[in-house]
Structures are given as C-alpha cells and as structure tokens.
Design a protein around this ligand. Structure first.
Ligand SMILES: [Cu+2]
Length: 261
C-alpha cells in the first residue's frame, strides 16, 4: 500500500516536472557568413539534445527574426519536416558590428490529466469532464549573436525578454580556457538559479546532457569555455504564477547562443 502511494506520487512528480522539455535554439546550419543586405539562412530547432533537431514547433506559436533598433523584425517561418526544424532568413543591413537574432515560443497551457497529457486551458479540459492534475505553460526564448566584433557593443543589448541571458563578455573575445561572463535577468531583476552550458556536438547521444553547470547569483554567471564552436548558455525558471483557469504555473526557458572561434 505504502509502496503504491510512493509509486503514484513519483509518477505524478515525473510528469509534473518535465525536466526533459524541448529546448528552443537557433543555428546556422549552412555555415555561411552573413553578408550585408542579403538573406542569411538560419533555423529554429527544438530538441532535448544540444543541438540535434527533433521536432518542428507549431509555427503559429513561434516568432523569429533579427533585432533592429531594439525591435524584432519578424521573419517568415517555414516548417521543414524532413529536417525537423524551422527555416527562416534574416537580412542584416550593416555588418560593422554584431547583430542579434531571436526566437520566441509562446507555449500553450499543457495539462496532465486522468487521460494523460493534453494541451488546452485547465477550465476547458475540466469542462470536458477531465480531471486536471497540473497545468503548465512553457515560454521559451532563444537569442543568438552573429558577426561579433571586438569593436561593437550591440551584443550586450537588453531585449527585455522575461528571462534573458545577456553577454558581458563580447563573444568576439571569447577564448577556450577562459570564462565567458553573462548577466541573467528574470522579469528585469537579477536571476538566481541554475545555468547550463554546452557546445554543439559535445554530446549527441544523450538527452539533457550539458558540458557545464553553474549557478547564477544576483544575476551573474561565469561559464568556462572548453572548446571552440557554437555555444549555448541556458537558464530556466519554473513555478511562476499562472493565470486562473488557464494554467497553474508559468515556466520560462532561455538560451543564449554564440560562436567561440
Ligand atoms: Cu520534450
């Protein structure tokens, strides 16, 4: 009896805390360098492995594009089912410094019910006679820095995303063996919590496996760079207040991506 209770509790907690939720990233899969005034091809990827494309996100829930004068210029998104990613292009106007590309997923309410996981607002699923054990929303923010140069400060722009990782170290100055410093803001306030980092290709076999772990204190984190390549730094905040009848908790995920040469 006692054992059964523990097992049931464990199952609920496993489903309630999807440590394995898909993470949103941005990647230049062609390896081309951006050219001023020309379309630069990129992808939005969603996966449990860094970075192995696994799922084409629902296009209507995703926005992506280049940041110009602090604003997102939304790109047209094209689902690429064979490749399991979303294709889009951005057109940088000038390449005298770095430019920022972002992808945002507005997650829908996702409920654990007596009939399994279902998307939809708590009140709507309950109206259908389902028992809702938990309702969570996962909003995801990916931000990538391209064309970093030692002369510019664009890389440090704050976009005002609810969970945002801002480079303190210029990606152009990132070096293997040195620390890459970031500032992390949660709703504009210093974030304290877990920070993971990895580089593309570090581990492709196993899910949720990162090269580096640290904890941000008062919004500051330091990541030791151990290899050249496309790096990602990730932060996560779960359990923020939800919206009555829709979802119980809001959960935020953020990824900052940049290249270490
Ligand atoms: Cu997942």
């Amino acid at each position: 009896m006692f054992k059964r209770i523990i097992t049931a509790a464990l199952l609920v907690s496993l489903f309630a805390v999807p440590a394995s939720s898909h993470e949103l990233t941005i990647k230049n899969v062609k390896g081309d360098a951006p050219k001023a005034g020309e379309p630069f091809e990129l992808t939005v990827q969603s996966a449990h492995k860094f970075i192995v494309p696994e799922e084409v996100e629902i296009l209507s829930r995703v926005k992506a594009g280049i940041i110009e004068d602090g604003k997102l210029i939304e790109a047209e998104l094209k689902g690429n089912d064979p490749k399991l990613w979303i294709d889009f292009t951005v057109t940088p106007k000038d390449l005298s410094g770095s430019f920022i590309v972002t992808a945002i997923k507005d997650g829908e309410s996702w409920c654990l019910t007596n009939e399994g996981g279902k998307s939809g607002a708590r009140k709507d699923l309950e109206a259908q006679g389902l028992k809702v054990l938990s309702a969570n929303k996962y909003d995801k923010y990916a931000k990538a820095i391209f064309n970093a140069s030692t002369e510019d400060k664009n890389f440090a722009q704050v976009l005002g995303q609810p969970l945002e990782i801002i480079p303190v170290t210029n990606p152009a100055d990132a070096k293997v063996g040195e620390y890459f410093d970031v500032k992390i803001l949660l709703n504009g306030q210093p974030y304290t919590g877990p920070v993971w980092a990895s580089y593309d290709g570090f581990v492709t076999e196993y899910e949720n496996t990162y090269a580096y772990y640290t904890e941000a204190e008062n919004g500051e984190a330091h990541v030791k760079i151990t290899a050249p390549g496309w790096w990602g730094i990730r932060a996560a905040q779960s359990g923020l207040p939800g919206v009555e009848g829709d979802y119980d908790n809001l959960n935020l995920r953020a990824f900052l991506l940049f290249e270490v040469k």
